[in-house]
Design a protein around this ligand. Structure first.
Ligand code: SF4
Ligand code: ZN
Length: 306
């Protein structure tokens, strides 16, 4: 039987092709926590006294993120709060909301559930029943960002932490590169600095952890997570890229890491060359920061009201 390359104990839970490591449960858990803490330090994500809002869906990424960030609360370094967004997807979102609530309650973290319906007067199921809609994920992304930004201000949060993992980040790099979308490429990174003081800085502490390992961490720690898939998840370009990357990773196990590292090296030049200077004003309807007369959320809502 194979034994852990770190401590020598039997019962290996993971063999990392990329590094040749085989780890037992305890060493695996420790390695993930160390990696996240290392990213937080390296990227200077947290300062003492920060109030960090976690976008908590109840899925594996956000639940693991909340739990690892909680160690900073225990050391009295930061405060945490959490927001869960209820898009109004019948038969899917309810369970995630319950799981998110339970985690926040267990850790004693102030938590809010905010629905599309209460924020915008319409939920995703309703939007999807309309003719000529733009596709579920388009609304979801824009409305979700709107709610998270507002929640951050309501909570008085100084940072917003999201559960983006290594796979998400590399998919975004490849997608935007292949589409030639330099503007979006320039926005990718560990931290989104606020272009307007009304935006809270967003951080991605799980950015260097592969998706698979986040799932395994949740399992190893016995964390309850929402496993169901969204019924609206579409065959998307992102999914095609994800499949290609997974395929490539079989024979080239370090490819995700090397893509991220390579991108991080050229990132400052991409930013310098392709960042536009937006002038942020307030959306005429909702008052959120927007570079146009109306923000994207209000533009969509206007469209939907026609
Ligand atoms: Fe929203 Fe579902 Fe699309 Fe995710 S997959 S963005 S939850 S519609
Ligand atoms: Zn608006």
């Amino acid at each position: 039987m194979e034994s852990c390359t770190k401590c020598g104990k039997p019962n290996v839970v993971i063999k990392r092709k990329a590094s040749g490591q085989a780890l037992c449960k305890d060493c695996f858990i420790e390695s993930i926590e160390k990696k996240v803490i290392h990213t937080i330090k390296k990227e200077k994500f947290l300062e003492k006294g920060d109030k960090v809002l976690v976008a908590l869906s109840g899925g594996k990424d956000s639940v693991v993120l909340l739990n690892i960030l909680y160690s900073y609360v225990e050391r009295h370094f930061i405060e945490l709060c959490a927001v869960t967004i209820d898009e109004g997807i019948k038969g899917y979102r309810e369970e995630g909301v319950e799981i998110a609530k339970a985690h926040a309650e267990r850790l004693g973290i102030p938590h809010k559930v905010v629905s599309f319906k209460e924020s915008f007067g319409i939920d995703l199921d309703e939007i999807m029943s309309r003719e000529g809609h733009r596709g579920s994920c388009t609304y979801c992304g824009v409305f979700r960002r709107w709610i998270i930004n507002r929640a951050a201000r309501d909570f008085g949060a100084t940072k917003i932490a999201t559960g983006h993992n290594l796979d998400d980040e590399v998919q975004a790099i490849m997608m935007n590169y292949l589409e030639g979308n330099t503007e979006n490429l320039a926005k990718i990174g560990p931290k989104t600095e606020s272009e307007s003081e009304m935006f809270t800085v967003k951080i991605k502490p799980l950015r260097e952890v592969p998706e698979k390992e986040i799932g395994l961490y949740a399992l190893a720690k016995g964390l309850d997570i929402h496993l169901a898939g969204c019924p609206y998840a579409q065959e998307s370009f992102r999914m095609e890229i994800s499949n290609i990357l997974k395929d490539l990773s079989k024979d080239h196990p370090t490819i995700m890491y090397s893509t991220l590292r390579g991108f991080d090296k050229i990132r400052p030049y991409v930013k310098e060359g392709f960042t536009h200077d937006y002038k942020f004003d307030r959306c005429e309807i909702c008052g959120e920061p927007s570079s146009n007369r109306l923000c994207r959320a209000c533009t969509f809502l206007e469209e939907l009201s026609k």
